[in-house]
Write a protein that binds this ligand. Structure first.
Ligand code: ADP
Ligand code: MG
Length: 398
């Protein structure tokens, strides 16, 4: 099984920090990427989602500075970007460094009057979450640094404040009005569990999800087709959902029933109707998945994953041929279920596969991609992992 990048670790972050800044960091923090098991585009409809944090993480080594300058560097970037902390604003940052600098800005915003200990800092990121593959490398970066700055600046932000800060950073920087899914998963997930989130109340509940215990693997198939979250498609889907909710006279599609939607068919544009049908059905599928995981375990949810994919392909129209191929071929070669995961228009698919069949599924998908002239996919298995944390055992100085 190939990993998207070499295994990153706390040690990589510390080594990078030493080489870049010529001194020792004060600590290392990390936060995971995620796959969404089910519940796509339901977050901004006040609905339900069920993400799973993965063991691929972003580690950040951070050291405080005596002045008020922020310097950020990453193993995934060539430049070291420097800015006075007080000069960071949503419009004064761009490129990759907008994510960490925007996070620093957002943490200070949320902390407000508590920010007496705000100082400059140096930060170095090392990550094995593939960037832009729909596995939320952006939230992993934001959440690792928000946890770090909360400690470094002695703000002791609670979960709700960390969520507000990282969500604000993403919204302000990417400029896409995304929901709270990615940051919640990266902040609050537990090992061996999926995280059931009600995006209206923002209540969260860990749901036991242990594929390995059931003899299964959760396989990620990164199509390497780039997704463009911030533009066109996402905003258009969101607008359709708002239009449907308004026509149905509900605050959000979370409140629409299949019967009410059907009854309103003639009043809705055909495309808007299909978009809404995905959301209404997908919300129910999340609830059904949670119920099945509780009663029967991961083997029982394959059908729901497949129905979710078909709904995203046909009704919500956010899939691409590479994702459809990954799903079809995975299931054709023995996966119990598969679906695209993340915002769509590219990125990754997930498949739930018997341990003994993983190699067959990977070979079949890889062959099908080659036969159709697609770039080779990157495949790897993931385990449900822990959310953002401070990592102990920073290696001693050499
Ligand atoms: P995703 O979150 O699905 O990986 P996004 O487009 O939301 O995709 O975020 C990817 C962007 O986040 C990258 O293009 C880069 O600008 C930034 N980014 C994420 N992780 C890192 C990292 N470790 N180092 C530098 N930049 C990163
Ligand atoms: Mg992202």
């Amino acid at each position: 099984m190939t990993l998207p990048t070499s295994h990153a670790s706390a040690e990589h972050a510390v080594d990078g920090f030493r080489q870049t800044f010529g001194r020792e960091p004060d600590g290392v923090w990390s936060a995971p990427g995620r796959v969404n098991l089910i519940g796509e585009h339901t977050d901004y409809n006040d609905g339900f989602v069920l993400p799973v944090a993965i063991e691929q993480r972003t580690w950040v080594a951070v050291g405080r500075r005596a002045d008020r300058v922020a310097r950020v560097a990453s193993a995934a970037a060539d430049d070291v970007v420097e800015r006075p902390v007080d000069a960071i604003s949503p419009t004064s940052v761009s490129g990759w460094s907008a994510y960490p600098l925007g996070t620093a800005w957002a943490v200070e915003e949320v902390a407000a009057e508590d920010s007496v200990d705000v100082c400059g800092f140096d930060a170095y990121f090392a990550s094995d979450v593939p960037l832009g593959a729909g596995l939320s490398s952006s939230a992993a970066l934001e959440c690792s640094l928000a946890r770090a700055l909360s400690d470094l600046w002695r703000l002791d932000l609670d979960g709700e404040e960390l969520l507000r800060a990282t969500h604000l950073a993403e919204n302000v920087i990417v400029g896409a009005p995304t929901g709270i899914l990615d940051q919640s998963a990266s902040l609050f997930s537990r090992e061996g569990h999926a995280l059931f989130i009600d995006c209206r109340s923002t209540s969260m509940e860990p749901i036991p999800f242990d594929p390995a215990g059931a003899g299964l693997s959760l396989l990620v198939i990164d199509t390497r087709v780039t997704h463009a979250h911030a533009d066109g498609g996402y905003a258009a889907r969101r607008a359709s959902c708002e239009q449907a909710a308004s026509a149905l006279g509900v605050a959000a599609l979370r409140d629409a029933t299949p019967a009410a939607l059907e009854a309103a068919r003639d009043r809705l544009d055909e495309v808007v109707h299909r978009r809404a049908r995905h959301i209404v059905a997908e919300n129910q599928r999340v609830l059904d998945t949670v119920a099945l995981l509780r009663t029967e375990g991961p083997r029982a949810i394959g059908r729901l994953l497949l129905e979710s994919h078909a709904s995203m392909r046909d009704d919500f129209e956010i899939s691409v041929p590479e994702l459809d191929t990954a799903v079809e071929v995975a299931v054709g070669s023995g996966a119990l279920g598969a679906r695209m995961t993340g915002g769509g228009f590219g990125g990754s698919a997930i498949a739930l596969v018997e341990d003994g069949l993983v190699a067959d599924v990977v070979a079949a998908v890889t062959d099908a991609f080659a036969a159709r002239g697609y770039a080779p996919p990157v495949t790897f298995t993931v385990r449900p992992s822990q959310g953002a944390r401070r990592d102990e055992g920073v290696p001693a100085a050499r």
